[in-house]
Design a protein around this ligand. Structure first.
Ligand code: PRT
Ligand code: MG
Length: 210
């Protein structure tokens, strides 16, 4: 009997890009999260189910063992301070960059630069390494508005095409990190359910070429 496995994944771009990978392992959900209100999706494999949750909650579920596996953006993992998680595979999906950005026609900054972001830990660590004093202001969305409305000098956010920045008169200033989604594994489950988890890891590594 294979062990029961729960895979935590967020709806949206990660789900959309992860499902083709799982399909190559013959793991296919029986419901479409965009068409059902179910948060737990059975798959064609009776011992495997998907948990569809907020992106920022994936590490919490996996670290605490509520899910054995998860698929999570590197941005979320960098921001999350956990150590009971293995991060064995870069799946190479949902790629983007973590960037520092500011107004295209910015006035010179006087005093400590103010930075709006939802990634306060990443931002704090980034500027600490540079030895630069900044004031970090937490927002939960629409970070681009910070500099436009004079709330901040800079923003730290994810950038893909750059269209969102451009539409708001912002330009990138510094590259902080390359982002993609990673497979994460609960440490205890890695030992206890190794017979079931190891083949999944091996197949995924092979598929993504790592
Ligand atoms: O939507 P919800 O609030 O539930 O959660 P979420 O916004 O975290 O989920 P989702 O699905 O939007 O993003 C989940 C993950 O996708 C992130 O954690 C990243 O790892 C990854 N990802 C990849 C991105 C992007 N690319 C991306 N471009 N997440 C967000 N964006 C946003 C960015 O924040 C900005 O607002 O898209 C905008 C920029 O895009 P461009 O193309 O205009 O540059
Ligand atoms: Mg979103």
């Amino acid at each position: 009997m294979p062990d029961k496995i729960t895979i935590a994944v967020s709806k949206g771009r990660i789900y959309d890009e992860a499902m083709p990978l799982l399909a190559k392992l013959d793991i296919v959900p029986l419901d479409d999260p965009n068409k059902t209100r179910k948060l737990v999706l059975e798959t064609n494999q009776p011992h495997i189910r998907l948990l569809v949750i907020r992106a920022t909650d994936v590490p919490t579920y996996v670290e605490r063992g509520a899910a054995e596996l998860g698929i999570s953006g590197k941005d979320v993992l960098m921001e999350y301070n956990g150590d009971d998680l293995y991060e064995p595979i870069d799946l190479g999906i949902a790629k983007c960059r973590m960037m520092l950005a500011g107004l295209k026609d910015a006035k010179p900054i006087t005093g400590r630069p103010r930075v709006v972001t939802k990634y306060t830990n990443i931002t704090k660590n980034y500027f600490a390494e540079l030895g630069q004093q900044v004031e970090i202001i937490k927002l939960y969305g629409s970070m681009e508005l910070g500099p436009v409305l004079g709330l901040s000098d800079w923003i730290v956010d994810l950038v893909d095409t750059g269209n969102t920045l451009k539409a708001n008169g912002l330009v990138t200033l510094e590259h902080i990190a390359d982002i993609s989604s990673r497979l994460v594994v609960n440490k205890a489950a890695m030992k206890m359910k190794n017979a079931t988890i190891k083949p999944i890891l091996d197949q995924l590594s092979e598929i993504v070429g790592k």
